[in-house]
Design a protein around this ligand. Sequence first.
Ligand code: ADP
Length: 259
Amino acid sequence: MEIEIARRKEVEQRFKDFYSSVSHELRSPITSIQGALQLIEQTRERPAVKELIDTADISCERLIRLINDLLDVKQIEEGRLGLDLKEVDALELVNVAVDGMQGMAHNANVSLEVVMDSLSFVVADQDRIVQVLTNLISNAIKYSPSGAQVLIKVTQPETNQPRLRFAVEDSGPGISDEHQHKIFGKFERIDAADGQKRAGSGLGLAISKGIVEEHGGTIGFTSVTGKGSRFWFELATVQENTVPVMRSDSSVSAEKTLS
Ligand code: ADP
């Protein structure tokens, strides 16, 4: 009973912290859009105007992402995600997600490497699975040191079930053992093992878990402090093709291991 009360209090506190951090997250991009717009009004210098418009644009992006995340959390909680399931080519899913993340990777000086060990079709809502891959790749880039490589790998797990595993691997700071059980929780943000603070709402992994589980799939990760993290999820396949194929956006590399 006492444990239950303590647990409830902790959840309530987390809600309070979440709402205060969300109001901060919403307020700061709006304030910066406002500031940029006021300065645009006053300035006539062209390069300065471009910079201000870029600032306003980045802030709008952040706001839209946060609002979309909040709506997704609500939909997942209420069980009304409404998946549009089709037979989708795994390669297509990876390509769309990777192409969308090249800009962020470039800015962070991180390269994205794709290894397709298996070509298969999965039963999926394309936009939602691209969203999961994008979340995982975005985290991997965010936590990678400059000059590092993020590996996106598709394999057939060694089980009798017809499933496909998508994995995203980085060589970042990893997640310490004491925090590992929390990271798929809603509103959970943990300072990385390297002590550096990174922007984020703490919703990406909770949403990813909700989407994968709504597909009947599984999601998980392994992480070693100081070495990196490997996030993965598995979906049911429609059709199997064992011809190994590779697509790379930089030089071809052998698979790394975390252990
Ligand atoms: P956000 O990135 O917005 O904080 P997420 O739900 O995506 O939210 O991640 C939750 C937490 O999990 C992060 O705050 C971070 O502590 C940890 N995390 C997620 N991905 C990684 C990663 N690749 N390397 C290290 N830590 C990670």
